[in-house]
Design a protein around this ligand. Structure first.
Ligand SMILES: [Zn+2]
Length: 461
């Protein structure tokens, strides 16, 4: 009997102990969790100039975040930028905040910091009872560079005489690396290329005046360093105006009936569309789509000067349409459209071999809307040549070609009336007058003598 009572008492005690101990153990177990909080700093560039807003995201999924601290160490001086406590859910509870995004700014001038290397230190603690109730801690450091100085641009090349629709070259030195540097011609940007001369800070930039940019166009060298400091240097230049020809293109039904089927995949199946509706769509919309493609293609150019000397013109050919001819299109005596012809048309015998005008790399070799079968050659540093209306393409993308290598044969694919080569030269996507590039004296005066002049100035042969 006595024994039975004893067992009952023990049972009650054990049940009571379980009711208290198990939750208590569970409570202690969760409050003593060892998972560290996380810190993610968004730092697109480690270079800081004037005031810079930064974003840091912290999180702790188990106990919640307790405290955040950020400081900046420069020349053994430490400045606290952020010190922020976060609330807890009661005395023994975890934190109320699991995730938080903190925005803070670093303003070197306001903080009285000079240029140079600095360290951004960041720590976050959670509401765990680990670390003698201080919580789990995560600490990270990021090296940054304070740079408040604008780069210095020194222009090395001289005598920048440019024609409307023509090209130019400027060589300049920047005092520090600048991820974006080049020439603005009006609002058109032409990037500089480094590594062509011994001094890595010397940049070579080919630029173009498009056919609409005459005297009065601003030409400015522009450089932005890694911290975002921007410098500009006006370029001493002279712009010669050029008058472009006017031309009339008569569109016949015979031409349309022969040509429009080639564009069937570009046209809608509207049964009401007349031949002339189709032509206008191709001459306007497809032309502009094709130009967008060309601009994209010319954004990436090799950092090299593959070419040398004057560019080759299609042998034994007669010029037809010229560069920037202002074309008026007529149909049955009525004016239907206006466009500008941004290349030179050269006619030789049918299916003539087309040589590469100069050395480079083939970057495009396929049909291109109004231009028909087309080849683009990258000559480096933003300079490209274009060969259109080909009957046959004999090269592949990525193929290196030397001046005179045969790219294909002339034809009349695309919006061409008869067999001819449409030849174009582009600088970073802007069409320029090919006549300059066929002229040995122009190349010498405007390109090669400038490069040679800077080489001798740098003591480079
Ligand atoms: Zn043409």
């Amino acid at each position: 009997m006595n024994r039975k009572i004893k067992n009952i008492k023990l049972g009650i005690f054990l049940v009571a102990a379980l009711i208290i101990i198990v939750p208590l153990a569970w409570f202690l177990f969760t409050r003593l969790e060892g998972e560290k909080p996380t810190i993610v700093l968004e730092l697109p560039s480690a270079f800081i100039s004037t005031s810079r807003d930064l974003t840091v995201s912290i999180s702790d999924t188990k106990s919640g975040v307790r405290k955040m601290w950020i400081s900046l160490v420069k020349d053994s001086k430490e400045i606290t930028l952020v010190e922020e406590p976060f609330p807890s859910a009661g005395l023994f509870g975890p934190g109320e905040i699991r995730e938080k995004t903190i925005r803070f700014s670093v303003d070197p001038r306001q903080l009285g910091l000079s240029d140079g290397k600095a360290i951004l230190r960041m720590a976050v603690w959670d509401y765990s009872w680990r670390g003698w109730l201080n919580g789990n801690q995560t600490y990270i450091e990021k090296n940054i560079t304070i740079d408040t100085r604008t780069p210095v641009i020194e222009i090395y090349s001289r005598a920048h005489n440019v024609r409307q629709g023509g090209a130019g070259l400027v060589i300049y030195r920047i005092s520090e690396p600048c991820p974006k540097n080049g020439v603005y011609v009006g609002d058109q940007f032409f990037p500089g290329y480094a590594g062509l001369l011994n001094d890595q800070n010397v940049q070579v930039a080919f630029f173009a005046l498009n056919y609409t940019q005459g005297p009065g166009t601003e030409i400015v060298v522009n450089a932005t360093d890694r911290a975002g400091n921007n410098a500009k240097a006006g370029l001493n230049h002279y712009i010669r105006r050029k008058k472009f020809k006017k031309d009339t293109v008569n569109v016949s039904d015979k031409f349309l009936r022969r040509k429009m089927p080639e564009f069937s995949s570009d046209l809608s199946n509207d049964p009401k569309a007349t031949l002339i509706d189709k032509f206008l769509y191709i001459n306007r919309e497809l032309r502009s789509v094709n130009y967008q493609k060309i601009r994209e293609l010319c954004l990436n150019s090799d950092q090299a000067l593959y070419w040398r000397g004057r560019f080759l013109r299609l042998p034994k050919s007669a010029p037809r349409a010229g560069f920037a001819d202002q074309r008026t299109y007529t149909y049955k005596g009525r004016v239907i459209d206006h466009q500008v012809h941004l290349g030179v048309d050269l006619a030789s015998t049918e299916h003539s071999p087309v040589p590469a005008a100069n050395s480079g790399v083939v970057v495009f070799a396929e049909p291109l809307g109004i231009y028909g079968r087309t080849v683009f050659v990258d000559h480096g540093c933003g300079l490209f040549s274009m060969y259109s209306h080909l009957n046959h393409i004999g090269v592949k993308i990525g193929q290196k070609v030397a001046k005179g290598d045969i790219l294909g044969r002339t034809g009349s694919t695309g919006l061409a009336g008869g067999d001819h080569l449409h030849f174009g030269i582009l600088i970073h996507g802007t069409f320029v007058n090919p006549i300059e590039w066929w002229d040995a004296a122009w190349i010498k005066n405007n390109i090669s003598s400038k490069i040679a002049g800077v080489k001798s100035r740098l003591g480079q042969e």
